[in-house]
Design a protein around this ligand. Structure first.
Ligand code: NAD
Ligand code: GLY
Length: 380
């Protein structure tokens, strides 16, 4: 069973990756948080499929399990959801040693993570990601938080989990659209750090999409190893962790303008696999954001056009968007980029590719170049 150790100066935890891992969840949680009551927070899309096995395993290990279901979808990654969780934790008398298990995708992981980080100034958090995106990215590395109407992830905390348990079999029920979104973050890891993984991913798209368990296990383990190594070198994003934001300043602007054009409260959870092009899921926005960054890098003579073409080819092969007719107008998108967390001293800081497998942080990109990159993304 692949297991990746994430070792920080004052904390270490393991990320355990295995088909069927949820059936042994209870004993693993008991080893890191030996308390009687465990809270398990899920969303409705895993309630009948994966939550029962996790609950059975926790109960078999002696936990009294309080299960709470939040509505699914980015529109519910809010302070209201966090407040709802505090009420549940208080009602069931969770203590400092009571584990809180987050089971579903990155929305649940980020929201529950922030509630766990702040309730009683921190209770043990166990991440059980069930989307590819959450397995390779959001469940690892300790970024937790929620959205504000003004933008994505504007409230949050760095709070490392006590344990991460990744059951590859849960990906069998994941809609194709969500699997593709996870592949956007995998393409990101490969673009920033690993040209060999980039080629490997391109060769294994079919096996991945057909949910071949060995291929998925390798894919997840290789990506988790990259994410863990970046976090170990720079936990709080003072240096190299910024590379993980490749494509994200553009992506967050796409997502933030989707919120404001529909308003968060009216942005209902969407049917996975729905054919219409927008609003974009997070992974789709990341794919578009990486392409925008690559266009920008080519236009600034920082990157060979062939690297941009290879990125577009991989994303197309996966079935991710590389252009869109669902973008807000360019001024609104640039305005949204300015309130991204990565803005420093009022300057938009971007991560741009130099080639497949390597990126650089660029501090002061001219607005005209950013504008041109947005225009290249539009379907004409
Ligand atoms: P998500 O949590 O919305 O999950 C996508 C959909 O899949 C949801 O409807 C969910 O209910 C459903 N689902 C989950 N597991 C399933 C399964 N096994 N079978 C069927 N359906 C399932 O989205 P996501 O893509 O997992 O995560 C996106 C979020 O993660 C965004 O909010 C993004 O900002 C955040 N994120 C955080 C970090 C971080 O470092 N903390 C990194 C990347 C992304
Ligand atoms: N997903 C970006 C990070 O964890 O830093």
């Amino acid at each position: 069973m692949p297991s990746v150790d994430l070792q920080l100066p004052h904390h270490r935890y393991s990320i355990e990756i295995e088909p069927g891992a949820l059936s042994a969840l209870g004993e693993k949680v008991r080893a890191v948080a030996p308390h009687d009551v465990a809270a398990m927070v899920i969303d409705e899309n895993v309630a009948d499929t994966h939550a029962p096995a996790a609950k059975r395993s926790l109960e078999a290990a002696g936990f009294e399990v309080v299960t709470h279901t939040l509505p699914a979808g980015e529109a519910h990654k809010t302070l209201d959801a966090v407040r709802e969780l505090y009420d549940v934790f208080v009602k069931h008398r969770l203590e400092r040693k009571s584990p809180v298990v987050a089971l579903s995708g990155g929305v649940i992981g980020d929201t529950v993570g922030f509630a766990a980080a702040s309730y009683l100034r921190g209770v043990p958090l166990v991440q059980c990601p069930t989307t590819l995106l959450a397995m390779v990215d959001s469940a690892v590395g300790g970024k937790t938080g929620v959205n504000l109407p003004a933008g994505k992830n504007l409230v949050g905390a760095f709070y490392q989990p006590a344990l991460v348990v990744e059951d590859i079999n849960t990906l069998r029920t994941l809609p194709d659209r969500q699997l593709r979104c996870g592949l956007a973050e995998c393409a990101k890891h490969a673009m920033i750090h690993d040209a060999d993984l980039f080629a490997w991913t391109g060769h294994h798209v079919e096996a991945i999409m057909s949910r071949d368990a060995d291929t998925l296990t390798q894919l997840v383990a290789r990506n988790v190893a990259i994410k863990a190594s970046v976090v170990m070198a720079d936990e709080k994003e003072a240096g190299g962790r910024v590379h993980l934001n490749f494509g994200h300043t553009f992506a967050h602007a796409i997502e933030a303008t989707q919120f404001s054009s529909t308003s968060v409260t009216h942005c209902k959870p969407r049917e996975p696999g729905r054919p219409d092009p927008g609003p974009h899921e997070h992974g789709e926005a990341v794919a578009l954001g990486m392409v925008a960054a690559a266009h920008l890098a080519v236009g600034a003579d920082r990157c060979d056009a062939s690297a941009c073409a290879r990125l577009i080819e991989l994303l197309n092969r996966v079935g991710l968007p590389t252009a869109s007719d669902a973008l807000a107008d360019t001024d609104a998108l640039i305005g949204a980029m300015r309130i991204d967390k990565k803005v420093a001293d009022g300057r938009i800081r971007l991560v741009l590719p130099d080639r497949v497998g390597h990126v650089t942080i660029v501090e002061d990109t001219p607005i005209d170049a950013i504008r041109a990159a947005w225009e290249r993304l539009r379907v004409t």
